[in-house]
Design a protein around this ligand. Structure first.
Ligand SMILES: *Cc1c(COP(=O)(O)O)cnc(C)c1O
Length: 347
């Protein structure tokens, strides 16, 4: 292991949820969408010009950026596409947070942020969620940067647009990076509109959850020309062609099929609300979810997790302070949630 740099030796890599390859699981552990991608995606990929694969793809994902820009009512120059939102966020770290101190971030949020804080030498100021597991917007001021997910993960709780605006305004000297991976399932408004008013606000999005394309690896960011330019700088210092040709075609077809996106996300929201109600009837505390997962309090959470896994129901459990009394359960189909609930009742 002497080949590793000091930094590589010291790093604590992100641990993703399990991806079992054997059949028969009710898989509720990584917030994938239970429904297939839009049929328009299948069609667009089937009709792709495979001969073009010999050429490098469009490094700026122009067609896809244009479709995203139109969807959100922003300019094409306000959109940046990457090979997953994890990559977009890592580039945002490199461009805007690397080496800085006093970067404000919650104690409980997406598990990748602490990894990047270490990787990019960020001295984060960790701000605890309040007793109800919510982010307190007033804690976030005068930072050299801000990063958290809204809706937050793994709690599913969301801040309002007014709170996001307050945080953006109160941190004028740093990039405010809001990871909206789950926003399409929320009851609050997304913050894209604010990017026209605040040069320091960057919104990160993914096709992995609400567009059923976790396997295609596509993410994007919306923000001012200044911030998008920063991301492009880092991209061209790392990988000039982050999105392959097929990913660009598939993601574009997905975002243009608004009807299918609406139908599937509304189904997930309905199933989420129904499952929340049933769990509460059984006496469980479930946080108000604005996402495609539930965060439920469970006594003996680790045993509970193991009981579910033994019955081929896979959820997520973290043996970490403050959240080790909870399970995070992805919202699947109605049938999958029925299977999950039956297993819960047997515990
Ligand atoms: C799933 C998730 C991502 C990663 O999305 P990818 O595009 O699949 O990399 C980013 N942030 C949060 C909060 C997520 O839950």
């Amino acid at each position: 292991m002497n080949y590793l740099t000091e930094k590589a030796k010291k790093l604590t890599p992100y641990v993703a949820g399990l991806q079992p390859r054997d059949p028969g699981w009710i898989k509720l552990n990584t917030n994938e969408n239970p429904y297939p991608p839009s049929p328009k995606v299948t069609e667009a990929l089937a009709n792709a010009d495979f001969n073009s694969l010999r050429l490098y793809p469009d490094g700026d994902s122009g067609g896809l950026s244009g479709a995203i820009a139109k969807t959100f009512g922003v300019g094409k120059e306000n959109v940046f596409c990457g090979n997953s939102s994890d990559e977009v966020l890592a580039l945002a770290y490199q461009a805007f947070l690397s080496g800085k101190d006093n970067v404000l971030t919650p104690d409980i949020s997406y598990g990748f942020y602490p990894v990047w804080n270490e990787m990019y030498d960020v001295s984060a100021k960790i701000l605890p969620l309040d007793d109800n597991y919510a982010i307190n917007a007033d804690d976030y001021r005068d930072g050299n940067g801000v990063i958290f997910a809204n809706p937050n993960a793994p709690t599913g709780m969301a801040l309002t647009l007014a709170e996001i605006e307050r945080i953006t305004r109160n941190n004028p000297n740093g990039a405010v990076i809001i990871d909206e991976a789950y926003m399409d399932f929320a009851q609050v408004e997304n913050a894209v509109s604010l990017t026209k008013k605040y040069e320091n606000l960057l919104i990160a999005r993914t096709f992995s959850k609400s567009h059923s394309l976790a396997g295609l690896r596509v993410g994007f960011a919306v923000g001012s020309k200044a911030l998008i330019g920063g991301l492009q700088r880092m991209k061209d210092a790392f990988n000039s062609y982050p999105l392959d040709m097929l990913a660009q075609i598939g993601a574009k077809a997905a975002i243009l099929d608004v009807e299918y996106w609406n139908m599937t996300r509304n189904k997930i929201i309905a199933t989420r609300n129904k499952t929340t109600e049933e769990l509460r009837k059984l006496g469980y505390t479930v946080l108000d979810s604005h996402a495609n997962f539930l965060f439920m309090r469970a006594e003996n959470a680790k045993k509970f997790y193991e009981h579910l896994a033994a019955n081929k129901v896979l959820v997520r459990y973290w043996d970490k302070p403050r959240i080790n009394g909870f399970l995070r359960v992805t919202v699947g189909t109605d049938a999958e949630m029925e299977g999950f609930l039956q297993c819960v009742k047997r515990f």
